[in-house]
Design a binder for this molecule. Sequence first.
Ligand SMILES: C[S@@+](CC[C@H](N)C(=O)[O-])C[C@H]1O[C@@H](n2cnc3c(N)ncnc32)[C@H](O)[C@@H]1O
Length: 250
Amino acid sequence: VFAEEEAELLLSAANTPAELDAMVARRVDGLPLEQIIGWAEFCGLRIAVDPGVFVPRRRSEFLVAQAVAAAGGSGSGPPVILDLCCGTGCVGLAVAAALDGAELYGVDIDPTEVACARRNVAGAGQVFEGDLYDPLPPSLRGRVTLLLANAPYVPSSELGFMPAEARLHEPTVALDGGADGVEIHRRVAAGAPSWLAPAGSLLIETSERQAPLTEHAVAAAGLDTHVVVSEEWATAVVVGRSAAPKARPT
Ligand SMILES: C[S@@+](CC[C@H](N)C(=O)[O-])C[C@H]1O[C@@H](n2cnc3c(N)ncnc32)[C@H](O)[C@@H]1O
């Protein structure tokens, strides 16, 4: 946002001049604006952002748009959404808000993110704490029609080049994607087939540079893949689709 907009947001968030001074001081220290005012706008929703959690990025609205588009072909019945590495829960919430009657589940490994996501998701779904698929109820196996992941994808050796706001004020576990940035994508992809419903879709946000590696991981899991790129948002989404149910012989 522009400086004038930031000033407006800080003014409207502070209840007293002393609170405003403290907020401005934290901003000057480099804290992300959203962690100071306590919320971010994402797909038209107001998402609570607690101190120390990953701030929703506008580019992830592209992931939301691709998921909503994929929902059209995901078979009949209400969508069952699984948002892995959910952070604040913004991606899953935005997709659920765009689709009728969605069941929503989120998972994150970081207890601070989980607490924030639980507040955001409230009665709209459930958020589990743990490593990827580990904390999920077995009853969800084979039922997920939209499996979403904006997982960490920064290569470990590039973390030091990130802007200070992210490097210093967002947890490393939210950013570090391992040696080539695709390590978590590989684990997400490998586990996806047993959780996806027939004709369900896996959608992973990645960078255009890393998209071939992410796509390779999704194809290796046996899903039909394609990549969608947004020049506008400088981002990419790898989409993998599980096989449609076999037609019954007549
Ligand atoms: C890049 S942030 C994205 C958060 C959210 N999806 C969004 O778009 O704003 C990645 C998230 O993945 C979580 N995470 C990292 N490793 C994980 C793992 N093995 N299992 C579950 N969550 C994980 C982090 O705690 C962080 O919240």
